[in-house]
Design a protein around this ligand. Structure first.
Ligand code: TXA
Ligand code: MG
Length: 346
């Protein structure tokens, strides 16, 4: 298929471009667009045949539901049964922004979009391009991350161009995504409040607003992963071609171990990469892929570095480990999945 590709400056939005792509979405076509988390591949959430095209473009299993994106808070009432007090508090505090809320769905949401569930996950992005585009389309937009199923989510224009050109009707390219990890998903469809996927809105931030918030056990452990309540979390995920291992322990020991493994790999003719903080870079004798200084930097750069491993032909990669607290929970969730839960503990 021929893909229409255009660039847009989010600081100085050209609304003629937004109208072109908004019209495509309204007509049932697929469009990739930037959000503050990762790039999404969008289609009209209320149009079954449009939503089906997303699954085809991504090679995604059809029981994995799509998130629905809205431009204004009031757009939610056509989509969900009830917006209760807890939801209102969250929406007031975190929307627009990287928080997705799971509600009981209205019948207007086709089964293709909700993956056959009786709930629907809704998000109102803060990215100006994303919101203007959804508004211009005049419909709610179903949009999963714009990667091929199983691969790391795209956070930069070059990631999109490499894999998705020819698979969708349109691509709207902004800059690099601000947060770099997908939205936090919180489930309000049952009695308890449960985080189904950690993101940049952390457990601590949510607990401050709602009191007790649980974390779905599948988020951290492989064994529980098969029972994941967010269906997408159970699939192989964020996997580059390179085999990834997490190495956990005292930083000096970690560097020593990775350097030894690099020597062994070299003898076997295998190319090693290390995912590390900038400050640790000089400790390694293998090729490094630096994630920045802070946990925010690591979240922002993680998918980009995982994609870079493959661009550089790395066979085996070792990643430093992060404290599983605040944003560290999110980082470790994505890292563990990309490593297939392989952790070398020192
Ligand atoms: O930041 C984001 O959320 C990005 C951008 C593009 O908005 N989107 C995104 O979508 O990450 P996706 O489809 O890659 O991940 C959505 C996750 C999947 O794991 C899916 O199974 C889960 O949300 N999900 C969708 N609807 C659900 C529902 N009704 N109940 C539980 N989980 C749901
Ligand atoms: Mg995804």
């Amino acid at each position: 298929m021929e893909t229409i590709i255009m660039n847009i400056d989010s600081e100085n939005i050209d609304y003629k471009i937004i109208d072109i792509f908004g019209k495509m979405l309204k007509e049932g076509k697929t469009v990739i667009f930037p959000t503050e988390t990762v790039y999404g591949i969008g289609a009209n959430a209320l149009d079954e045949s449009a939503a089906k095209k997303i699954y085809v473009a991504k090679g995604r299993p059809s029981d994995n539901p799509l998130l629905v994106h809205i431009a204004e808070v009031d757009d939610i009432h056509d989509l969900v049964e009830e917006v209760d007090g807890r939801a209102k508090l969250l929406m007031e505090k975190f929307w627009p922004g990287p928080l997705t809320i799971v509600f009981k769905k209205k019948r207007s949401i086709p089964n293709v979009t909700s993956g056959g569930l009786d709930t629907v996950a809704i998000r109102m992005p803060s990215d100006k391009v994303a919101r203007s585009l959804i508004k211009a389309s005049g419909v709610p937009i179903a949009a999963p991350s714009a990667n091929l199923s199983g691969k790391p989510s795209p956070t930069k224009p070059e990631h999109i161009l490499k894999d998705m050109n020819g698979r969708v009707d349109g691509i709207l390219l902004g800059g690099a995504c601000n947060f770099g990890v997908e939205s936090t998903i919180i489930d309000l469809s049952g009695g308890e409040v449960v985080i189904l996927r950690p993101g940049s809105i952390t457990l601590e931030m949510l607990s401050e607003v709602l009191g007790e918030v649980k974390i779905d056990p599948s988020i951290m452990n492989k064994d529980d992963n098969q029972k994941a309540k967010a269906p997408g979390m159970k699939y192989t995920h964020y996997s580059p071609k390179a085999e990834v291992f997490i190495v956990e322990g005292d930083q000096k020991e970690v560097a020593k171990k990775i350097n030894e493994l690099n020597d062994e790999n070299k003898e076997k003719g295998l190319k090693t990469g290390v995912l590390c903080l900038n400050k640790n870079k000089a400790m390694y004798n293998a090729q490094t892929f630096t994630l920045g200084e802070t946990y925010e930097d690591v979240a922002k750069n993680l998918f980009d570095c995982l994609i870079e491993l493959d661009n550089k032909g790395i066979d085996i990669a070792y990643a430093e480990s992060y404290e599983e607290k605040d944003l560290g929970i999110t980082i470790m969730n994505r890292l563990k999945k990309s490593a297939g839960y392989k952790i070398i503990k020192l």
